[in-house]
Design a protein around this ligand. Structure first.
Ligand code: CP
Length: 313
């Protein structure tokens, strides 16, 4: 039987979620997908709840998707971006957030470049926290929408094979995806330049496949990641051209495999580098389905977390 509540008051990472939590989130994602397909897309579920979206790092999909999800649920929404705030005048993160909370905010959606920032805040302030990506640590709602999108296309993730291709080392999406897919009974492999695969990745039960065509042959779904130059202090491969030659996902490569896997990408895409336009826009790609599902999935997370807000520590 499906439970009715999440086992956690915050969404800090996939690590803190149980399989039942994930299935409950998916159950409500399906309900909200139906809601937002109606002519009137708004429901009053979060009326009287105030949510602050605090983004200390650039974002397009996650920021807009959370804002839309909150508005579809009738929450009051405020948006904060670090670049035009008083942080520039020397105010600390905790002081900034406590000032925002003094305005009677119930939930904080936080994107921050520092790994562990969401957990730190959850211990420092009296508000519910949703991690919208913390450095190289976790990006739980991205992983949840990725797994939801795979299940929507391929059915139950149990025993399905998912390969993550690209810059695994600097990717919070990779870590959260590995944890989520495994909790749902799927198998994960990674593929990319050896310098961008963390040394201890196999201790997570992940297989390394060095050859990209072999990886595509093995997989039911392939999640392609961009190279995160902004997180690199040095060069990890000779040139973009060489990366593209060795790991870029092209139609020529896909046509070499017997069963072409479902193609995914969390965005933003660097067309012509990790994925060709032909592949990104092909019938095999569910990239825009992932974005579409992100709104309903975030509605589900917000709904489930706020529906037991009275139980907060
Ligand atoms: N996938 C993702 O997190 O994209 P944004 O950085 O645009 O939010």
């Amino acid at each position: 039987m499906l439970k009715t509540r999440l086992s956690t008051n915050h969404l800090l990472g996939i690590k803190e979620l149980t399989k039942d939590d994930i299935q409950l989130i998916f159950h409500w994602t399906k309900q909200f997908k139906e809601v937002i397909s109606r002519p009137i897309k708004k429901v009053p579920s979060l009326r009287d709840i105030t949510i602050a979206n605090l983004f200390f790092e650039n974002s397009t999909r996650t920021r807009l998707s959370f804002e839309l999800a909150e508005k579809r649920l009738s929450a009051d929404v405020i948006n904060f971006s670090a670049s035009n705030s008083s942080l520039k005048k020397g105010e600390s993160l905790v002081d900034t957030i406590n000032n925002i909370l003094a305005m009677k905010v119930d939930v904080i959606v936080l994107r921050h470049p520092e790994p562990g920032s969401a957990k730190f805040l959850s211990q420092e302030i009296n508000s519910q926290i949703i991690n919208a990506g913390d450095g190289t640590h976790e990006h739980p709602t991205q992983a949840l929408l990725d797994s939801f999108s795979i299940e929507e296309r391929l059915g139950d993730l149990k025993n399905k094979k998912v390969v993550i291709i690209g810059d695994i080392m600097h990717s919070r999406v990779a870590i959260s995806n590995i944890l989520c897919i495994q909790k749902l009974g799927g198998c994960v492999a990674v593929c990319g330049p050896k310098t961008l695969i963390p040394r201890k990745i196999e201790s997570l039960g992940v297989t390394i496949i060095n050859d990209v065509v072999e990886a595509l042959e093995w997989a039911d779904a392939a999640n392609i990641l961009r190279v995160q130059h902004e997180r690199m202090e040095r060069s990890y491969f000779p040139s973009i051209r060489e990366y593209q030659m060795q790991f870029g996902i092209t139609m020529k490569r896909l046509n070499k495999v017997k069963n072409i896997p479902v193609i995914m990408h969390p965005g933003p895409i660097n067309r012509g580098v990790e994925i060709s336009s032909e592949v990104a826009d092909s019938e095999h790609s569910i990239i825009l389905d992932q974005v579409e599902n992100g709104v309903a999935l975030r509605m589900s997370v917000l709904y489930l977390l706020t529906s037991h807000a009275e139980n907060m520590d």
